[in-house]
Design a protein. Structure first.
Length: 268
């Protein structure tokens, strides 16, 4: 989507976790499509640099919003801001993180933070924007879940569980929003080349074949093409991962266990 008539204000898109990874790519591709941006992250320096660069390159207005969405004041402050944005057409719930190690060895506070960021924040932000979108009969909510939402994995217990919540949450919202002009999407990518795994200090060569890695630009393009077209609620980029999800849903339990063990090997 682009806005060719400058007599009308540009639509606004909000992207959380926008300073790096898929969030940054979402910001870039939404700017290219003609959206003004509200970019949310904790890293103020990177966020302001990205906002300035996109504003200059695409002739849009990108506004940084520094917040920690794993904290109650951060998520509620952003939710209040978004509820007042009359131009808001797109919300991308992208902020998230992963951990490495078994559940019983990880700090409780870290795991609680994951639940706040992956579950509470998308719920509050979505609740804040839906009434306005429904009233305007236009809007898109994208939550970046994962192929991990279809399985369980050692060393990845709460990540898989919270991503499953995100996927099912979007599926339920899509049902409730049918006929309102507002769409809900769960984006479920597989392994994608971003900073995500680097921050977890995961060896990308251990248990993960090279063919399994996706390009972040392709993942985001697939998401937005579905969102602005007559696309699916659950978007699984790349045919390889569509096959993986099909297999996870239909394979014998013993074979599924082998796949889960291989997937979790790099995380314990």
């Amino acid at each position: 989507m682009t806005n060719s008539n400058q007599a009308f204000p540009r639509p606004l898109a909000c992207v959380t976790g926008a300073s790096a990874g898929l969030g940054k790519v979402f910001a870039e591709q939404l700017a290219e499509r003609g959206f003004d941006l509200l970019l949310v992250a904790r890293d103020e320096a990177r966020l302001r640099s990205l906002s300035d660069a996109l504003s200059l390159q695409y002739g849009i207005t990108a506004t940084p919003h520094v917040a920690d969405l794993s904290r109650d004041d951060g998520m509620r402050g952003l939710a209040e801001n978004l509820s007042k944005q009359e131009r808001l057409m797109v919300l991308v719930n992208n902020a998230g993180f992963g951990t490495k190690g078994k559940f019983n060895t990880r700090p409780v506070a870290e795991q609680a933070t994951m639940l706040e960021l992956h579950v509470m924040a998308p719920m509050l932000l979505s609740r804040a924007v839906i009434p306005g979108m429904v009233a305007r009969r236009e809007g898109v909510i994208i939550t970046v879940a994962s192929v991990a939402s279809f399985t369980a994995s050692m060393g990845n217990v709460n990540y898989c569980a919270t991503k499953a919540y995100q996927r099912v949450f979007m599926e339920g919202l899509a049902m409730e929003l049918a006929g309102t002009g507002v769409k809900a999407q769960a984006l479920c990518p597989g392994f994608t080349h971003t900073e995500f795994h680097d921050r977890m200090q995961i060896d990308k060569t251990k248990g993960i074949p090279s063919w399994a890695w996706l390009d972040a630009r392709d993942v985001v393009r697939d998401s937005l093409d579905n969102a602005f077209g007559n696309g699916k609620t659950v978007v699984i980029p790349d045919w390889k991962y569509k096959l993986v999800v099909f297999a996870l849903r239909h394979m014998p339990l013993w074979l599924r266990g082998i796949m889960q063990e291989r997937y979790g090997r790099a995380r314990v």
